[in-house]
Design a binder for this molecule. Structure first.
Ligand code: AMP
Length: 397
């Protein structure tokens, strides 16, 4: 796979696929522009190199229809502010009008095309649609890691129709960090897996258990493991059908000599509510009518000790229902433990990045992934379709 710094960009029309799927409030104001900021190194590099910059992206789920609330106009405005230069907003992403705008571009111009998902062909990986997008490009650069696990026209089919295809700096960083930790991790290598359900992370667990030295399980999914190990877990989140798989993962850990850590205490409540009564109990003392909603203080100590000698830590999924303060202490404490460890730390997926930002420790984490679903698929050991397409592309024009 080639990256942007391996292409000559001077005076070229460079088509960038970014992930500008930013959160908007009801007045169409961007509430978090980190996805736009994450693309600035790639755009600035191309500007310095004298390229003509054409940007495509999706936003939200308009389901193949033109819906003004999913327009990329607010993104054009913010990008213009961040770049200190005009960003032209095109009325569509295909058609004569857009072609005219692209044809009149000069070196250093930036144009953002309207939401790809206003066309149903985008999510169908339609070759005709991809061909139309490809006609804008001398060079195609995909920097939309957050969308790399999707097989869409703008990130997969398109690579068949542009001669020069590569990844941007964000893609390079994401791929390098995950590759480094999965293929040649500095050891001990510890995985912390949390979040709601085992089902969503089973493939990642199965892949990681073969690679790590220690596996730490928290969040709702821990209760399926605890129940499989014979504990009463009350009304905690349990996937009964996955208990045999959970037992299998623990058996594999034992066979491979992987140290496997489950919570030893938890914060229990009768319901998921900020007003609910809570109590901290050892796992052995969980009652049958409440649910476990966070890891307890003894678990925080145990997990923190387990991280003490780690050299690589990968973390996906919160330790509890961190959206509610009463059940957010475990996740916050683990953020501090990970941030203060002497390891290369990679965080991503679910809401783990949100939790890290919430605690203000982001600067102390080596790498925070920008793609939840995409990073989880890398942890599952899968090849992402967009990356496979860039690897394979050669220009079938
Ligand atoms: P995921 O997308 O699978 O990483 O799950 C993230 C979600 O898991 C968050 O919204 C948390 O509120 C939820 N979660 C974490 N711990 C628990 C728990 N003990 N019980 C129920 N939900 C949980």
């Amino acid at each position: 796979m080639r990256f942007i710094d391996q292409f000559s960009l001077k005076d070229k029309k460079v088509l960038f696929r970014f992930d500008y799927n930013v959160p908007l409030d009801s007045s169409q104001n961007i509430t978090d522009d980190s996805r736009i900021r994450a693309t600035l190194p790639t755009i600035n590099y191309a500007l310095d190199a004298g390229a003509r910059i054409i940007i495509i992206s999706h936003l939200g789920r308009p389901k193949g229809k033109v819906k003004p609330e999913f327009s990329l106009c607010p993104v054009a405005k913010r990008l213009s502010r961040l770049l200190h230069k005009d960003v032209v907003m095109a009325p569509d992403c295909i058609g004569d009008n857009v072609r005219g705008l692209v044809d009149s571009m000069k070196s250093g111009d930036v144009i953002l095309l309207e939401n790809l998902r206003f066309h149903p062909e985008e999510e169908k990986n339609d070759e005709g649609f991809a061909r139309q997008l490809a006609t804008y490009a001398d060079v195609y650069i995909d920097d939309a890691f957050g969308n790399a696990h999707r097989t869409h026209a703008s990130n997969v089919a398109i690579t068949k129709f542009v001669k020069e295809c590569g990844g941007g700096f964000l893609m390079k960083k994401e791929v390098n960090y995950f590759q480094k930790c999965l293929e040649k991790p500095a050891r001990p290598f510890v995985a912390i897996i949390g979040g709601s359900k085992v089902s969503g992370k089973l493939e990642a667990l199965v892949n990681l258990i073969k690679r790590v030295d220690k596996m730490i399980i928290g969040g709702g999914m821990a209760f399926t493991f605890l129940k499989a190990a014979g504990y009463e877990v009350g009304k905690s989140l349990v996937e009964e059908d996955l208990m045999p798989m959970a037992a299998e993962v623990m058996k594999t850990a034992k066979e491979l000599g992987v140290k496997f850590y489950l919570p030893v205490d938890c914060v229990m409540a009768p319901e998921i509510s900020a007003e609910a009564e809570t109590k901290i109990v050892p796992i052995q003392e969980m009652n049958s009518h409440w649910m476990g909603l966070d890891i307890g203080p003894a678990t925080i100590t145990l997990f923190t000790e387990a991280l003490a000698n780690a050299k690589t830590i990968v973390w996906n999924g919160p330790m509890g229902v961190f959206e509610i303060d009463a059940f957010g202490r475990g996740t916050a404490a683990m953020v501090h433990s990970v941030a203060n460890s002497y390891a290369m730390t990679i965080v991503g997926g679910g809401d783990t990045d949100v939790a890290v930002h919430k605690t203000g420790e982001s600067d102390k984490i080596t790498y925070i992934s920008t793609g939840g679903g995409a990073s989880l698929e890398l942890l599952e050991g899968k090849e992402l379709p967009a990356i496979a397409a860039l690897d394979a592309c050669g220009g079938a024009l």
